[in-house]
Design a protein around this ligand. Structure first.
Ligand SMILES: *Cc1c(COP(=O)(O)O)cnc(C)c1O
Length: 361
């Protein structure tokens, strides 16, 4: 046996738990545990990926020029300030790898996305968790948590799994209060669910310490293709491109993403359906005594009276073929995160929670 020892921090990483997809012995299952688009990808994206499949013997583009151009046109951004990755997870990993190492601190919030901690540890850096205020990002707490060793500050806006968001003025106050040598990373995985929201692009234009990550996994329905992107100061893009593998994104993913970003009618349709059924479901659950914060995303965080009740409801929903997400691992043991599905799924969830509550009484 050789004495192979992983780098410090690696064994502190808890394996990421994906959303479940099956229930033993139950058919007609709907997966509402991973914030996927219930309508799937744009039909144009599917067609583009089918066409790209015929050329799989060719290596993909290594500069992702066509996709960066399309993103630039649709979002009004400079293509040379965009980088593409195998999901935004990969962009998060690049940021940690490039800017945070042993002795450096990476901040994120109490109920922040799991990948920030995982990527910080993988880079050998020290993850630092900062309190939120009633499930909302707390700018004062983040600023108070910064030290001379802070390199990266991650916030998702809107956040997962809380669904809440903070204003542009608050994000600007955070950016402007950071110590020298620290970068604010705005994770915009759910930005497209907020109509007219630029996810922080204007703040990036006027500052050199703000970066944003975006994904095709949520409203674009391409989670299986693994494609995301980042936008920020040219100097940072130039650094990240040095740690990026030349062929990190497949040609099918590139083709699907380009067709998706250009199909703005489809995105508008998905956003409108989500908003409609999110309001309906939040209201239906609130009437049953299961409140949630106002959500800016494609899920709601349903709050129960206790951990025991949340766990019992989770099991009851599973038995009905409804897979939602327990979020005890995000310090939210009394809540369940429920992805907004199509009309039928939302009605099934509301009916099942009603039956669960009645069964308890
Ligand atoms: C889903 C999600 C992502 C997306 O990850 P990908 O690697 O792009 O699939 C990023 N951040 C948050 C907060 C998310 O919820």
């Amino acid at each position: 046996m050789t004495q192979l020892t992983p780098q410090p921090g690696i064994m502190d990483i808890a394996l990421y738990q994906g959303g479940a997809a099956h229930v033993k012995g139950v058919s007609n299952v709907v997966k509402l545990s991973s914030n996927e688009n219930p309508f799937g990808p744009s039909p144009r994206a599917v067609q583009a990926m089918q066409e790209a499949a015929a050329n799989m013997h060719r290596y993909p583009s290594s500069d992702h020029g066509a996709l960066r151009q399309a993103i630039g046109e649709v979002h009004g951004l400079e293509p040379e300030q965009i980088i593409c990755g195998a999901g935004s997870d990969e962009i998060i990993a690049f940021l940690c790898q490039a800017y945070a190492g042993p002795g450096d601190e990476v901040l994120y919030t109490e109920h922040g996305f799991a990948m920030y901690r995982i990527s910080a540890l993988a880079a050998g850096a020290t993850p630092v968790e900062v309190k939120e205020r009633e499930r909302v990002t707390d700018v004062d707490a983040l600023l108070a948590g910064c030290t001379a060793r802070t390199r990266l500050v991650f916030i998702a806006n809107p956040n997962n799994p809380t669904g809440t968001m903070i204003s542009e003025a608050e994000v600007a106050r955070l950016a402007d209060g950071l110590p020298d040598g620290a970068l604010l990373v705005l994770d915009g995985a759910y930005a497209e669910y907020v109509e007219g929201f630029d996810a922080g692009a204007a703040l990036i234009r006027s500052r050199d310490n703000v970066f944003m990550t975006r994904t095709f996994s949520k409203i674009y329905g391409l989670g299986g293709a693994r494609i995301g992107w980042g936008y920020g100061p040219k100097e940072i893009i130039n650094v990240l491109n040095r740690v990026r593998g030349p062929f990190n994104v497949s040609s099918t993913a590139l083709a699907g993403a380009e067709a998706s970003v250009r199909d703005t009618d489809y995105v508008d349709h998905c956003r409108a359906e989500n908003a409609k059924w999110r309001a309906w479901l939040a209201n239906a659950l609130a009437e049953l005594g299961v409140p949630s914060d106002v959500s800016s995303t494609n899920f709601i965080l349903a709050r129960f009276t206790s951990r025991a009740e949340a766990e019992a409801c989770d099991l009851y929903l599973q038995a009905q073929g409804l897979i939602v997400r327990g979020v005890a691992g995000y310090n939210l043991p009394t809540a369940l995160r429920i992805t907004i599905g199509d009309e039928d799924s939302c009605r099934r969830v509301a009916a099942a929670v009603k039956a669960f509550k009645e069964g308890q009484a």
